[in-house]
Design a protein around this ligand. Structure first.
Ligand code: ZN
Length: 516
């Protein structure tokens, strides 16, 4: 009996805010506005602390000014957070009275005294309206700090449970004990997620906005936590954070807020959002797919183009590996329908996309995948299958070592890249390959390549992992694949027992009818 036709799991994509477009605008603005009375003076270093309260934040900002020529006083003009109230401004001589804040521009003149080369200005202000988005109790806030390009910047936010962040090129961040620290140089824009609620499940901080109970979500989160190592093991890179925020929404709410085709999404600012129906089956592949986007956003924080082919390739590959570890069936890419049955039903899983589309792509010399984004409805299915095929072929041909080396190089890039093709060229150059998976002379050879990649079941490497944070660290992630396999077998056995029991009950009921 053909009860259900499954065409693979629904796709998930990354919700990309125009954060980095804003950033480029601010960058120009900032450089034009930050000027000093003395031409030789500049801000060497900015130390900014943000204490989060319920309705506002208290900012404590220290500007370290240095001048080649000694001066009696210094004048600073800087863009400042729009909705704010200055509480006090001081320098080394005491309170500064001579300042003005209007239209988002703060003008300060330090106290006059004997000529000096160095001065420290301390600004204390109350900031409102940092909140940009909200998913139940999880809040995404945005903060920006104007500086010159060469100014070193340290930023710290605390006072609430901070569970994620994103920032631009040339900045690195760490989250420890729910406190965020960021270090880098130049103008800073940061989005970060925080809350005073949430329930911890290992590395995940859950915001349950669904109709399911916390206990119903626990199993999926525990599995995701057990298989967490898959993400750093595939990427060879880990974030310096031991907590990741995840909000689970009712399906209608998810459709309304995000879209109607995905199951999960990564929100810039550090929040994974998943719809509740994903937790009715194994949710770990979706959760870890979205977690991969979180990691990618730090590795490629210099990508301000809107192409997401490489980002999705890595996320789909992690998802594939996770499904393999869990013993879940996965739709074939481009070719090969799967049929199977359990005690009750028969199933058919159609391949994700069609190999004839891939052939056509090469025959027509197309190259739109170099600019592909998951938002493009017309090429979405094809694109997801294409990028997954690409990464499987890459790892099969070159190994995880080559992927790890390339990602480490990409993580070093500090200049923003806003052109999609330029971004793709940089990525492919570091990988040492072309964006042409299974491109072959004949259809037979292409199908052979596709089939081999559909059977590809790579061994997860126990490699050294680079920790991306305010400091550079290497670590080895410990995992025991046999423990996970044993647990899977136990769970499958229990599930099997349950379905066998259901089947027997049905059989008994139908037998009863016959007896009557
Ligand atoms: Zn995705």
């Amino acid at each position: 009996m053909l009860a259900e036709a499954l065409s693979g799991r629904k796709l998930s994509y990354k919700y990309w805010h125009p954060l980095f477009f804003i950033m480029r605008k601010v960058l120009c603005l900032v450089l034009a506005l930050l000027v000093f009375a003395s031409v030789n003076a500049y801000v060497e270093y900015v130390d900014c602390n943000l204490e989060l309260e319920d309705e506002y934040a208290i900012a404590n900002i220290m500007l370290y000014i240095h001048s080649k020529m000694p001066a009696n006083h210094f004048s600073v003009t800087m863009p400042f957070h729009k909705e704010s109230a200055i509480l006090s401004i001081n320098d080394s001589l005491g309170t500064i009275e001579d300042y003005a804040l209007s239209d988002g521009i703060l003008r300060i003149k330090t106290n006059s005294s004997a000529r000096r080369r160095d001065e420290i200005i301390n600004i204390e202000a109350k900031l409102f309206g940092l909140e940009k988005e909200r998913f139940g109790n999880a809040i995404i806030a945005e903060f920006s700090l104007a500086t010159e390009e060469k100014t070193r910047v340290a930023f710290r936010a605390y006072g609430k449970r901070i569970f994620g962040f994103d920032t631009g090129a040339a900045f690195r961040g760490s989250i420890r004990d729910y406190e965020l620290r960021i270090a880098g140089a130049g103008p800073l824009i940061v989005r970060f997620g925080y809350s005073d609620k949430g329930k911890e499940y290992g590395r995940f901080l859950l915001f349950n906005e669904s109709t399911l109970s916390d206990d119903a979500l626990a199993r999926g989160l525990e599995r995701a936590n057990e298989l967490y190592f898959t993400v750093p093991a595939v990427l060879g890179i880990e974030l310096d954070s031991n907590i990741f925020g995840i909000a689970v929404l009712k399906d209608e709410k998810y459709r309304e807020k995000i879209n109607d085709y995905s199951e999960g999404v990564y929100i810039t600012g550090g929040l994974i959002v998943v719809k509740e129906s994903a937790f009715e089956k194994d949710a770990a592949p979706v959760v870890l797919h979205e977690l991969t986007h979180n990691f990618n956003a730090k590795i490629m924080n210099w990508n301000s183009s809107n192409t997401s082919w490489f980002d999705e390739a890595l996320a789909k590959f992690v998802e594939y590996i996770v499904r393999k570890q869990l013993g879940l069936r996965t739709a074939n890419l481009f070719y090969g329908t799967q049929s199977y049955s359990d005690a009750q039903y028969s199933y058919v899983i159609k391949p994700a996309s069609d190999w004839r589309l891939l052939k056509e792509y090469y025959d027509k010399n197309e190259s739109f995948m170099m600019e592909w984004s998951a938002d493009a409805e017309g090429t979405r299915k094809f694109g997801y299958a294409f990028v997954e095929l690409f990464l499987r072929e890459y790892v099969k041909e070159h190994g995880f070592g080559a992927l790890h080396r390339a990602l480490r190089e990409l993580a070093e890039i500090k200049e923003n890249v806003s052109d999609a093709r330029r971004f793709s060229e940089i990525v492919l150059e570091r990988l040492g390959t072309r964006l042409e998976p299974c491109k072959r002379e004949t259809s037979e050879e292409m199908l052979e390549c596709i089939e081999a990649l559909n059977k590809f079941n790579p061994k997860i490497p126990k490699a050294s992992v680079l920790k991306l944070g305010t400091e550079r660290k290497e670590s080895v992630i410990e995992f025991n694949i046999n423990d996970i396999r044993r647990k899977n077998i136990e769970e499958r056995f229990n599930d099997f027992g349950e379905s066998l029991l259901n089947f027997l009950e049905k059989l008994i009921r139908s037998t009863e009818v016959l007896v009557k």
